[in-house]
Design a protein. Structure first.
Length: 393
């Protein structure tokens, strides 16, 4: 009896030993097969950057949290897999703490010698990671202003950091354009807090104001944008001389205002049609005006005529008629004579600036065709004027 029992024990031990040897040999092969099976499905599903490992028939996918759902969805053929879980390789990423990690498991149940594979889903709580979101300081406002010049109109639009800065730009625009042109003000002031620094924005705005002042008698049309300390310009001047002078002065003064300047204005008219538009814009902003009962040119009018002379010389052979006007003070006869004197005075000035005398004619119109009613001193000043008419246009 003892011999029989001994043989039975020895047989069982031999069976167990053989089973363990077979298991040791088969498990690595199963793990490799299942790993390859899952990796192929991930590649087919377009999922990259996910590592696959198996311990027996229990698989683990490891990768960024953003690939969790695509990776699990890509593994549709789970034959032979007991469980498949996904673990994030970026534990510091904040994830919602109310959502657990879903692990899809294939449970194998053996009943009455038959093996039935059933799918089951278990949910394990995701680790709660608490991080403090980075503190974002609100952006400090900066100057961002666009100046647009179109013939007799200048438009100011954008944001400055104080009412004083806005007024600086308005004053420059009024001086350069408002006498006979027009100024459109679309500026918004966003004052800084008590502890915030303007970072040189006052100087930058002063630089833009200088651009506006110079543009009044130099730039026919164009634009400038001041963004922080950067000033970008583009446009067309009244003449090549005006373009050269304006560009040089703006560039040379940029350092004084802490500005970085890009772009430039180009030379002006090259045809009679273009010349007429250029002269209309130039005289339409400031005009050539006279004191009452006088044909003497004031300093401002001489500067305007300097620019007009350069424009005319840029279109050789262009014929220009100089037309003089008065207000309605005095008799019509006296005003007609005075208007002729004013036209002749302008011709003399232009000839003195090297415009060929043969290209210029004069005409006095007296108090005819007033621009505005002669009912205020300001309106009368506007009506005491000169017009330059390009012939044949």
């Amino acid at each position: 009896m003892k011999t029989t029992n001994r043989r039975l024990v020895v047989g069982l031990l031999a069976f167990v030993l053989l089973y363990l040897v077979a298991l040791a040999v088969s498990i690595p092969r199963i793990e490799n097969d299942l790993t390859g099976q899952v990796e192929e499905q991930l590649v087919a599903g377009g999922v990259e950057g996910v590592d696959v490992t198996f311990s027996g028939r229990d698989g683990t996918l490891a990768g960024p949290p953003t690939l969790r759902d695509p990776a699990l969805a890509a593994v549709t053929d789970r034959d032979g897999i007991r469980s498949l879980a996904y673990h994030s390789t970026e534990p510091d990423v904040v994830v919602p703490t109310t959502t657990g990690e879903s692990t899809t498991t294939l449970a194998v149940t053996t009943s009455a010698g038959e093996t039935t594979t059933t799918a089951a889903t278990t949910t394990t709580a995701a680790p709660t990671t608490t991080t403090t979101p980075p503190t974002t300081e609100p952006a400090t406002p900066t100057v961002d202003v666009t100046v647009t010049i179109a013939d007799q109109t200048i438009t100011l639009a954008g944001t400055v950091l104080s009412d004083d800065q806005a007024q600086t730009l308005r004053d420059a625009a009024d001086e350069a354009f408002a006498l006979q042109g027009s100024v459109t003000d679309q500026l918004t002031a966003e004052p800084l807090g008590a502890n915030e620094d303007k970072f040189g924005s006052d100087d930058a705005v002063d630089g833009l104001a200088q651009f506006i002042s110079g543009a009044g008698l130099a730039v026919r049309r164009g634009a400038a944008r001041l963004a922080g300390q950067d000033l970008a310009i583009d446009g067309e001047a009244f003449s090549a001389t005006a373009a050269d002078t304006f560009n040089e002065e703006l560039t040379s003064s940029a350092e004084d205002f802490g500005l970085t300047v890009s772009g430039s204005v180009t030379p002006g008219p090259d045809s009679p049609d273009d010349l007429q538009d250029s002269l209309n814009a130039l005289l339409g902003r400031s005009g050539v005006n006279f004191a009452p009962d006088s044909s003497d040119l004031d300093d401002r009018s001489q500067i305007v005529l300097d620019s007009a002379a350069e424009s005319i010389k840029q279109v050789p052979g262009a014929q220009v008629q100089i037309v003089g006007y008065t207000d309605d003070d005095g008799s019509p006869e006296a005003n007609l004579a005075l208007s002729q004197e004013r036209a002749d005075a302008v011709k003399d000035y232009l000839v003195g600036r090297d415009v060929p005398a043969d290209d210029l004619t004069t005409l006095g119109r007296g108090e005819e065709d007033p621009l505005v009613p002669n009912d205020t001193p300001e309106n009368k000043a506007r009506n005491r004027r000169i017009e330059l008419i390009v012939q044949g246009v």
